[in-house]
Structure formats: structure tokens, C-alpha cells
Design a binder for this molecule. Sequence first.
Ligand code: MN
Length: 485
Amino acid sequence: MVEKNKLIEGRTGPWEVVLGLEVHAQVASNAKLFSGAAVGFGAGPNEQVSLVDAAMPGMLPVINRHCVEQAVKTGLGLKAQINLKSHFDRKNYFYPDLPQGYQISQYKHPIVGEGEVIVEHDDGSTFMVRIERLHLEQDAAKLLHDQDPNSTYVDLNRAGTALMEIVSMPDMRCSEEAAAYVKKLRTILIYLGTCDGDMEKGNLRADVNVSVRKVGAELGTRCEIKNVNSYRYIQAAIEYEARRQIEILEDGGKIDQETRLYDPTKNETRSMRSKEEAHDYRYFPDPDLLPLDLDPAWVKAIEATLPELPDAKKARLQTQYGLTAYDAQVLITEQARADFFEAAAKGRDAKLTANWVTNDLAARLTAGGLDISDSPIKPDGVAELVQMIEEGVISSKIAKDVFERMWAGEGRAREVVEKQGLQQVSDTGALDAIIDKLIADNPGQAAQVKEKPQAIGWFVGQVMKETGGKANPGVINQMLKAKLG
Ligand code: MN
């Protein structure tokens, strides 16, 4: 059953969108997949090119062990089958940014087989996307069309960089699900340390396969939208493409299987080339490379280095600290944020600590464009603030002011409270006179409390006003009840 809200209403009734993604993730590695040339952002054009990358005749590729290890690690993180035997194939095609005239990739025998990713919807519910495979392959070089009005330049720095192509099953049914899947996949890769996930630099990009069908019908013909590199574009490209296909079908036309490009400035997709079939590429095993033959003990050793992954961390934060699924989800989105929380929550009220980390601190960091590692308030600072709230020294309301002052560099929580005289007034002597005067001045309100106990709130508010918000609300309530009761 497809949920109604995921269907797109057309002239002839509702349509179901079927989405599968091929994500290209650049392997976090200092060197390329088959050469020792450096990989890095910011080098000058053609400064990171070996003779292998430039495809000089007679050069031989040599597999980079670290890249293989990263692929295995990723496979394990995706709970996938690790294929102990795999091999590399040549995928032949001509393109000016491909000096070899073929891409070394993996076709029939990828290094990683079927796996799965649990993905969260915005409302906290989850769905599963099955992984079909993960294979290793080379990236192409880059053409520069905007350097000169009459020529195109080529920068070979990216040629031969290791990519993991992660292919999902067509398990997504709306654009939000596709974006949520990429988000989750990216988080897992960053936790694993196998890809930096930098989408702006193109280190993680998605090819989106889109088709539409009437509910319950056979799968429709799909179009592939190439290289979309932001969540927003992924969603916009899918929305546009699905509607384009629906219009064609409702007009009695048929969808041509093709590769399309998304143009964010026009917010449309346009045809790039009709889709090649696998046989057009003339895949064959690369004769320059031996099959990959992994030692099971090596795979076991890699497994032992896996960090605690997002799903496990989320479950642990819920049980160990009694957090809600929502709070735990917000915390684990970033490893550093979860670490910050755990450091701050030691011996403190965990729920309260989580609130400060996910609300006030997160808002401040976002506004300042800062990573949590650059936060001027450290975990022990949040812990100190929370402790003062727990001890009743300051109210939660005053704590907001203290927090702002801490952020501005005025000192630690205790210092700020002492310097500014923000301690809560729990001293009944000081409050006594204020309350007595209020009751004497407002006999009408006082009489009301006898009939309507909730009316006591008005007095609490007045005492707060008189004391600049520093009175301890628990203490005021008790005193008022005693005097008006
Ligand atoms: Mn690919």
C-alpha cells in the first residue's frame, strides 16, 4: 500500500513515483584508486596527476589497499554482504575528460553486495531502503568551459580518484524520502570516516532514477537525472521530473529511457543523452588488474575498527539517558554533537542537558555558522549551567540570560550569576514583605483565589515581576498557598 500523501494527483488520477538512487561517494583517501598521485581540494590545475592518471601508453594501474579497506568498511556499515572475490572491468566510452577511453569500474562482481539503510522521516517514523550493491570505480577528470571564450580546458586532478558507487533498490516513493535517504547515507559515511560527505565540493552526489506508474501497475520506464549534489536539488529535480513524465503519459505518449540533467536556475530537467545499455559499454575484465581476493581475517579486522554507528548510538542514548527518540535523533545527526552531549550530561539531568544542546546551543551555532567543535561554550560549561538549574540557584528563565552572557564571553555560569546577582531568591524573609503587600493592595484578586485556585498564578507573576524574575517559583507558590489558602 502506498500512502495517499505520497501520490501525485494527475488529470487521470493519482500516480505513484518510484525512485532509486546511485550515490557516488568519493573515498576518503590521500591517494587515487590506482596511482600514488595525491587527492586534495585546492591544488592548482593538473598538479595532482601521475602518468597513470593521464593514461600514458604502457602505464599500469596498482590497486590502493586503503581504498579497498574503505569500501569494505562502508559495506560493513551498510550491513551488506562483503564479496571476498570481486574484479575490475573496463567500461568503455569516449569523453574528453576520460583520457583512458574507459573507466575502470566493477560490473558483474562488485566488492559489496546487498545491504540496507534505515531512514528517518521528519516525524521520526522510519523506513528501509535496500542496497543492491557498492562498487569501486575511478572518477573522471574535469572540463573547464568558463576559462576562455573559445577553448575548453581539462584539469586531470580528479582523474582516477576513488569513488564508491552505492546503488539502492527502487524503494523510495517521494522526493522527501530520497533526500532523507541521502542524508542518512551521508551521516553513516561520515561516522565511518570513508567519505567526508562534502556535497558542495561534489564529494557526494546522486544520480536519481525516476519513473511513475498508476498504483499497482508494472514499473514504468525510468529516466536518470545525473549528478545532483544537494538535498534541495534532489527534491526539486524529482518533483519536476515526475510531473513531466505524468504529463507525457496522460497525453498518451511514452517515456524514452534517457539520461537527463537538472538545471537549478531554470528548475527543470533536460535531456542529456539517450540511455546507453550496458552492452554499449563493452564491459570486459581489466587485463591489467588481478581479481580482488580478500582474506576473511582482514575483513574481520576491519569490522573490529567500526565505530558505533548512528542507529546504535540513537538506541543507546535513549536507553542510557532516557531521551526521547526525537532528542536522540537530533543529537546523533552529528557525531560531535552526540559526543558533546555525553560529555556535558555526566552526572547531570540528561533531558535538561539535551534540551540545552539541541535548542539554545544549536540555535546559536547555526546563527553563527559554527561547528560544535568551535563552540565558545564547552561541555563542562553547559554542565555547570545545568547544575545551577538543578540546584535551584537559577531558574530556567534566568538561565537563558546566563547562557547568552556565557556565549558573549562574560565567563562561566557561576561567575556570571555572581557578578550579575542573578541568584534565585528562595529566602522567605525577603519574599514575605512583597507577598503581604501584594495581597493587601489587591483584595479582589486575593478573594478570587479562594474560589478559583488557578488564580494564584496572577500573584506568582506579580512576585516574579517585583523580583526581576529571580524569585524561586516553587517557594512563592508554597508561600502564597499558605497565606491565601
Ligand atoms: Mn558510476
